[in-house]
Design a binder for this molecule. Structure first.
Ligand code: GAL
Length: 851
């Protein structure tokens, strides 16, 4: 089985692939061409006309090949945006795509929030400043693994409302919302017609997937089109996954592959969501889609006529606070995409796709100068798409077989085509890129402790010293002694509200908190034990009897013998949501909390009279906010391994690199964590990923999200991003709410550093990219060449070893090109290394460590 690592291209068989100018040379040309092409769309503030024909989107009358990537503004900080955009731009993206998140921008009917992470106007302006255009997806529904698919919970209070149907209460609230949003874009001159970067607007989202469930579905789709038309927005409207999209909107495709998508008559081929990875849920390992397959899907799409493709996601980021969707989306929304959760290039995906983008842009003027050519068969599962016009010639050679490598003849030359790959031929003669041939670096990261429990400082400092091989960086700080505060169990007398039976949770809390207490009493004739059963309760539930914890459940029901005393017993059930459902039909009907019957032995308690207490006392007092943190009597030393307990501590930030930071929540059970009042999201490191859900990864063949999973049998999420801008040099406040029980002494603040970078490229590469690319983190440099061999080395990253042939100067040459640099290219060529074994196909394997 093929591995997805870059060393998979290390076979020693000699090849007859055609040779041409190296990719490095063409990349220079590509960059030049890409930039002259982009100048057309650069952030001038003059109006741009966005139209289309059956071949392409037209910007100011010019057919374009556009590459987009999705970054959701609330999933990163405004301080991160410029760097994310700069990386996207450098990686060859033309367009940034984002949804509008209704729930955060209009949290209550009369309140519009546009500050900090929710300031989409600033986000769009910064994208424009970075030379990027924007696809703004208004919704109202977004899905997006976002809490409740982006719907504010207050919508549920509108009498008779049916979400996403041709239903008056729904249209009456959505119409004004979309109208107001477009007005915000107009007022800020963000639309293309006003000189802004927004070229594409999306209404609804994948409504076609569920439309059949709604009697008014087709009418609602037409209403969407009419609303869009009425707004005179000055950008092109699109609808994704919408067979019956109105004529004034372009219908687009979403999926892992869209090369077989048939556009609507007269419309161009557009792909709004190419999923280059996938999202993660608690208890599952992390998804991984190999870079080779993402590149294959993208290359096939443009070969077969695509004009616009967007990676969903390009930077996934973080589900801060309570924004994760459900049920059970993790706090990390890393998504295994080009920029990782922290905004750093995720290699080899970032660079491998970047090379593809450069080649596509370099040939954009040829590809878009003509209609899509009919494929030419080169054999079974082998075909060529040849763009040959007065502008030049470029060919895409595809092998769509999922297992058989091929050698094909094309234009009088022989080309190696690995299974499930596309080669792109410069001048229809030289293979300058092959989707399966990864020359991008393969990087490994390490998490180095920066702030730890006071007893662990010297061990952590030793650990840092050993990693940096004695070269400093040994500064490690300590958390101040942790204090704890026990949350009040059950109702708080004067605030709770009484109903005969348990009420639905989302309507009761208005989704302002995860927590709802249900309290009732029961008179027992004697001290005894009875089985408490709750037939339907979601998502995670904690049961207390007489203020003592008895059980927790996340299975949707409770069935547990509980101890009773003679006389009145108090039963408290804490029901917690963990991300409201974000996909499906009739979301207005979603229910949480106690929905079934409650019984104690044979006694039905469902109509027994229940007090409802919204939220926890600590939440109400805001004790995670620096100004309120002293509002409760914290106790030291902290009580550990107790449920429903708050912890607090403070710490100074030791001098360190500018590497991204995370909290390692090892030792804690489940809950929330705040730093300086910022809610980092839900943590649940005790939820271990399914031990059976991982497999060897073969990039070949159609991907689905069950393939190539990584990280079985370890916490599904151990690290939680702490944006640096949320910290200060001294006296940072950390507060945790622990639901299950944990030990705060075991957590740490860690730095996320590049550890090593590897590259492996052979002379027999199916493309003419003959250099190894290596790179460390943004603020790091290459410190040591740990392995370098031009010859016949073997093995995979971290386990390279010499073969029988090795150029003695390998290490010296790599050192001269790479040491002290952030990144470097090492040509795989005998004019650099000499020829240590003539007549043998050689390869260059390198491993460097980062400082
Ligand atoms: C799509 C949806 C996106 C996202 C994606 C999966 O169907 O439009 O918002 O949920 O699935 O990540």
């Amino acid at each position: 089985m093929r591995s997805s690592s870059s060393s998979s291209s290390s076979s020693s068989s000699s090849s007859s692939s055609a040779r041409g100018p190296s990719l490095a040379v063409l990349m220079v040309a590509a960059v030049a061409m890409c930039c002259s092409a982009i100048l057309v769309a650069l952030p001038s503030t003059s109006a741009m006309n966005v139209t289309y024909d059956s071949r392409a989107l037209l910007l100011d009358g010019q057919r374009r090949l556009l590459i987009a990537g999705c970054i959701h503004y609330p999933r990163s900080t405004p301080e991160m945006w410029p760097e994310l955009f700069a990386r996207a731009k450098a990686n060859g993206l033309d367009v940034i795509q984002t949804y509008l998140f209704w729930d955060v921008n209009q949290p209550t009917p009369g309140e519009f929030v546009m500050t900090d992470r929710f300031d989409y106007v600033r986000f769009i302006k910064l994208a424009q400043q970075a030379g990027l255009m924007v696809n703004f997806r208004i919704g109202p529904y977004v899905c997006a693994e976002w809490n409740y698919g982006g719907f504010p919970a207050w919508l549920r209070q509108i009498s008779g409302i049916v979400f996403r149907d041709n239903d008056k209460p729904w249209l009456d609230v959505v119409g004004p919302y979309i109208t107001k949003t477009v007005q915000v874009l107009k007022d800020n001159k963000l639309l293309a017609a006003d000189g802004g970067p927004v070229i594409l607007l999306q209404i609804e989202n994948e409504y076609g997937n569920i439309e059949d469930s709604y009697a008014g579905g087709p009418a609602y789709v037409q209403w969407c089109g009419q609303l869009a038309a009425s707004l005179n927005a000055g950008a092109q409207w699109i609808m994704c996954q919408q067979d019956d999209a109105p004529a004034n909107t372009i219908a687009t495709c979403n999926g892992f592959y869209c090369d077989n998508y048939v556009p609507h008559k007269g419309q161009p081929m557009m792909w709004t969501e190419n999923w280059p990875g996938w999202f993660q849920t608690w208890g599952q390992p992390s998804p991984h889609r190999p870079a080779q397959d993402v590149a294959f899907a993208a290359a096939r799409f443009y070969a077969k006529g695509g004009t616009y493709m967007s990676y969903y996601m390009y930077h996934g980021g973080t589900n801060f606070g309570r924004t994760a969707g459900g049920p059970g989306i993790t706090t990390s929304y890393d998504y295994d995409v080009a920029l990782d959760e922290y905004g750093m290039p995720s290699e080899p995906k970032y660079s491998h796709l970047g090379s593809l983008h450069a080649v596509l842009h370099a040939n954009e003027h040829i590809i878009m100068s003509m209609n899509v050519p009919a494929p030419i068969s080169l054999g079974k599962n082998l075909e060529a798409h040849v763009f040959n016009s007065s502008s030049g010639c470029v060919a895409f050679l595809s092998n769509i077989d999922s297992s058989v490598d091929a050698e094909v003849q094309f234009n009088g030359r022989t080309f190696e085509l690995p299974a499930w790959s596309v080669s792109i031929l410069h001048n229809c003669a030289f293979a300058i890129y092959n989707t399966a041939a990864v020359s991008a670096p393969l990087n490994a990261r390490r998490m180095t402790p920066l702030v730890v429990h006071e007893d662990a400082v010297s061990d952590a400092a030793d650990h840092r010293r050993s990693l940096s091989k004695g070269e400093g960086q040994e500064r490690v700080g300590a958390f101040s002694t942790f204090a704890s505060y026990a949350e009040t169990i059950g109702r708080r007398a004067e605030e709770a509200v009484y109903f005969t039976s348990p009420q639905e949770q989302i309507n009761t809390t208005n989704d302002t908190t995860d927590y709802l207490w249900y309290t009732t009493t029961y008179n027992s004739a004697s001290a005894t034990s009875q089985v408490l059963s709750i037939s339907n309760v979601n998502d995670v539930v904690y049961v207390y009897v007489n203020r003592q914890f008895v059980t927790m459940s996340w299975s949707g029901s409770v069935n547990k013998a509980v101890p009773l005393m003679a006389g009145t017993n108090v039963i408290d059930v804490l029901s917690t949501t963990f991300g409201l459902q974000n996909y499906g039909t009739f979301l207005e009907q979603v229910t949480r909390g106690i929905q079934g019957t409650v019984k104690l032995g044979s006694t039905d308690l469902t109509q027994n009279g229940w007090w409802h207490q919204v939220g926890l006392l600590g939440e109400e007092l805001g004790i995670f906010l620096p100004q309120n943190a002293s509002n409760v009597p914290w106790a030291t030393p902290a009580t550990t391994n107790r449920g429903l307990t708050w912890y607090r501590s403070s710490f100074d930030l030791p001098q360190s690199s500018q590497a991204p930071l995370a909290l390692d929540m090892t030792g804690m059970g489940k809950g929330f964590v705040w730093v300086n009042g910022h809610n980092l999201g839900r943590y649940w490191p005790s939820r271990i990923a399914d031990s059976m859900a991982c497999d060897d990864c073969d990039y070949r063949g159609a991907y689905d999200d069950s393939r190539c999973r990584q990280g079985c049998n370890i916490p599904s999420q151990r690290y939680y991003h702490v944006p640096r801008e949320w910290l200060q040099p001294t006296n940072n406040l950390i507060v945790m709410l622990e639901e299950i029980g944990g030990n705060p002494a075991l957590i740490s603040l860690v730095e996320r550093e590049e550890d090593i970078s590897c590259g492996a490229v052979g002379e027999d590469y199916p493309a003419d990219d003959l250099s190894v690319v290596l790179g460390c983190g943004l603020h790091q440099t290459i410190r040591r060449v740990e392995f370098a061999s031009f010859g016949t080395p073997v093995g995979t990253c971290r386990q390279f070893s010499l073969g029988s042939c090795n150029a003695a100067n390998s290490t010296a040459i790599v050192e001269s090109l790479c040491l002290g640099r952030q990144a470097c290219h090492v040509p795989v060529a005998i004019n650099h290394f000499g020829d240590p074994c003539p007549d043998t196909t050689k390869r260059l394997f390198v491993q460097v460590s980062c400082a």
